[in-house]
Every structure is written in structure tokens, then in C-alpha cells.
Design a protein around this ligand. Sequence first.
Ligand SMILES: C[S@@+](CC[C@H](N)C(=O)[O-])C[C@H]1O[C@@H](n2cnc3c(N)ncnc32)[C@H](O)[C@@H]1O
Length: 219
Amino acid sequence: MPFVGVRMGESGVHRMVRDLKGFLGYGLDLLRILRLDFKNPHSYTKFRMIRSVQRKAHCRVLIEAGTYFGATADRCSRIFDQVYTIELDERLAEKASDYLKRRKNVRVMKGDALHILPQLLQREDIGNVLIYLDGHFCGDGTACGIFPEPAVEELRLLSPYKEKINAVIVDDFRSFGSEEGFPAKSVLLKSAEDCFMDGFFETTVFLDQLLIVRTRGRG
Ligand SMILES: C[S@@+](CC[C@H](N)C(=O)[O-])C[C@H]1O[C@@H](n2cnc3c(N)ncnc32)[C@H](O)[C@@H]1O
């Protein structure tokens, strides 16, 4: 299909429509915030939050738990040097690999984030990382690992690699303690405090995300 003199493939058109919807969703989110009636941010609003944290904490590598179709990995490929995205469901991982194949700095990793996160962080070439924990069961067609929401265990596994980590974002804070099998919010917060409260990171909850951001030198 021609577009401003450039031929776009199916995935190019899909990305353009997705980006337009993203701007609209972000606009609606801003309106909801103005009306103080805000629940679940649009995925583009979540991307803006990732970008804001990335800038604040000087992150170069994104590791995302939970790829789904690859929308966030795709958006983030434009702002990070490297993106690693982990998906437990084999079919989704293959679909996302195909969708993201043109993004040369994105790697889709098939498997459980509980196993793959420490493996990635052990690598010498990986540092200044933003970890985006969004790999949980979310209904038909998505995977359910040992834990429907493994973020509490993932934070514990990340803790020994703190010196490589500049920020962690845990998505869907509202679902903790309310979705079946999700740990309570207090359990998640305790895990964040136990694992990251060492004077180098600040923790806050903002727009349905738990943000753990490095504010001082290396831990
Ligand atoms: C909310 S979706 C991810 C959305 C994606 N981050 C985005 O922004 O487009 C959650 C995904 O996590 C996957 N998942 C569930 N448990 C997982 C685990 N233990 N490790 C990796 N992925 C997991 C599900 O199959 C599902 O595709």
C-alpha cells in the first residue's frame, strides 16, 4: 500500500494503525487522570512510562518478561540498544519472533522468565538494564507457569544482579491481590523492599505500576 511515496508492508501498516491508536489511548488516559478517574493505562502510556524511567536511570538494555504479541518490545526497540523479551507460550513466542524479525536489536527468548532472567543477567555483555516484569497469566491463549504471577519470585532472583540493574517496573499493580493466584500487594511491596531497599533505589507506585528506580551509584 503506498504511503507518502513509500511502500509499506502489512506489518508497517499494522504498526502505523497501532501507533495512532496508542496516541488516542494516551490522550484518553490523560483525560481520565484530569478527571481523577484512572485505572488501567493504555499500552502506549505504559511505554511512555518505560521511556521516562529509562531516561531517568540511564538504561541501555531492556529485559521484558512476557512478550505477548511483541508491541512493547517493538516500541522499545527504538529507544534501547538491546531488547530481550521472554515468552513462555511457544505459539506466542513464534508469532512475536516473526513480528519483530525486522528489529535487529530485539531477541525473543522462548521459556519461563524465572529461568531466563538470571541466565541473561549472568552475561558479561549485559548491564545498565531496565527490567519490565509483565509475564503473567492473562486468560485464554496465554501461558501460566508455576505461578500465575511470578513477579515476587522474579524480584528475589534479580536481587543478586542489582549492580547491573538500573530500574525494575512491575506492571498491572491493580491485579495483585485481586486476580486469582496473584500475590497480595503487600507481598509484592515487601519483596521489593527486601530485595531493593539498600539506599540505592527508590520505590513508588504510579499509574498502576510498581517502579523501582536507581537514584544513586552502583549497589
Ligand atoms: C500481559 S502479557 C504481556 C504483554 C507485553 N509485555 C506487552 O506489553 O505487549 C503477559 C504474557 O506473559 C506470558 N507469560 C506468562 N507467564 C510467563 C512466564 N513465567 N515467563 C514468561 N512469560 C510468561 C503470557 O503468555 C503472556 O503472553
